[in-house]
Design a protein around this ligand. Structure first.
Ligand SMILES: Nc1ncnc2c1ncn2[C@@H]1O[C@H](COP(=O)(O)OP(=O)(O)OP(=O)(O)O)[C@@H](O)[C@H]1O
Length: 258
C-alpha cells in the first residue's frame, strides 16, 4: 500500500517560491495500476520524485507499506521516458538487468536466471547478449521494463514511459505492461500525457489540476481486466471515460455535474 498524505512541495525560496504540489493525498493498494494525467507543468514528475524519495516534500508524508519514505526505498523501481540514458551502454542487455539486482541477496547464477526470465517475459530472450545501442528504442524500453520486473519491487514508478516510441510500439508496450502486472502484485504508478493510454492501462485515473498540482479527480476504470487495443477502445465505457478525463484535464467539470 502506498499512502500520500497531504503532500505539498515548493521549489525555490522567498519571492521565487513556486508551489508545484498542493495538499495531494492518494492511497494506492498493492497490485493496483494508477495512471496520472494533467497538463504540462502540473507537478506529475514532482509527485513521482517525492514518492521515489528523490525530493523531500515541504509538508505532508509518504508511506510505503506503512513505512515513511525518507530517501529512495529499497523496494522501488523507476522507468523513465528517456531509455537511451537509463541503460548502461557498456553492459550487455543481460548485464544491464543483473546489474540492477546487485543489492539483492542472490547468487550470481540466480541473478542471471532472474535476468533471463525477465528478458523472456518482455520477449527479448534472444537479445540478452546484445548491447543497448544495438536495439531499437522500443526494445531498449523493454529492457528497462525487464530490469524493473527482475528487481521485483513493491512499487514501480513510470514517468512517461512510452513517450519516446512510435505509436505501434507504444501499443505493444502498453500490452506488455498489462501482461506483466497481471503476473505480479506490484503497485504501479504511470504518468502519461496520453489520455487514451491512461484509461487503457489503468485501474484508476488520477487527474491533476494545472499548477499548483492538486488532485481534481480520481476515477475508477470500470473495464474488463483483459484488454485489447481494438475492442477495449471501442467499448462505450472506454469512450465515455476518455471523454471525462479529457474534459477534466482541460479544466471542465464532469458531465452531469455542471
Ligand atoms: N528543480 C526544480 N526547480 C524549480 N522548479 C521546478 C523544478 N522542477 C520542476 N519545477 C517546476 O514545478 C512545476 C511542476 O513541474 P513537474 O516537472 O513536476 O511537472 P510535470 O507535470 O511533470 O510536467 P511535464 O508534464 O511537462 O513533464 C513546473 O512549474 C516546473 O517548472
Amino acid at each position: 500500500m502506498l499512502e500520500v498524505l497531504k503532500v505539498t512541495h515548493t521549489y525555490g525560496r522567498a519571492q521565487e517560491l513556486h508551489t508545484a504540489l498542493e495538499d495531494v493525498s492518494l492511497e494506492v493498494p498493492a497490485g493496483e495500476l494508477v495512471s496520472i494525467v494533467g497538463t504540462s507543468g502540473c507537478g506529475k514528475s514532482t509527485l513521482l520524485r517525492a514518492i521515489a524519495g528523490l525530493i523531500a516534500p515541504a509538508s505532508g508524508e509518504i508511506l510505503l507499506s506503512g513505512v515513511p519514505v525518507r530517501g529512495v526505498p529499497d523496494n522501488l523501481a523507476v522507468v523513465f521516458q528517456d531509455y537511451s540514458r537509463s541503460l548502461l551502454p557498456w553492459l550487455s542487455v543481460r548485464d544491464n538487468v543483473t546489474f540492477a539486482l546487485r543489492q539483492r541477496r542472490m547468487s550470481r547464477a540466480d541473478r542471471r536466471t532472474a535476468a533471463l526470465d525477465a528478458l523472456g517475459a518482455v520477449g527479448l530472450a534472444d537479445s540478452a547478449a546484445k548491447y543497448p545501442w544495438q536495439l531499437s528504442g522500443g526494445m531498449q524500453q523493454r529492457v528497462a521494463i525487464a530490469r524493473a520486473i527482475a528487481y521485483g519491487p513493491a512499487l514501480l514508478l513510470m514517468d512517461e514511459p512510452f513517450g519516446s516510441v512510435d505509436a505501434q510500439t507504444r501499443e505493444d508496450l502498453e500490452d506488455l505492461l498489462l501482461r506483466v502486472r497481471g503476473d505480479t502484485d506490484m503497485t504501479i504508478l504511470v504518468v502519461t500525457h496520453d489520455i487514451d493510454e491512461s484509461v487503457y492501462i489503468g485501474d484508476r485515473v488520477i487527474v491533476m489540476s494545472p499548477s499548483p498540482g492538486r488532485i481534481v479527480a480520481d476515477l475508477a476504470v470500470d473495464l474488463p481486466k483483459d484488454r485489447d487495443q481494438i475492442t477495449t477502445r471501442e467499448l462505450p465505457e472506454f469512450v465515455h471515460l476518455r471523454g471525462e478525463v479529457g474534459r477534466l484535464v482541460r479544466g471542465q467539470a464532469l458531465s452531469g455535474t455542471g
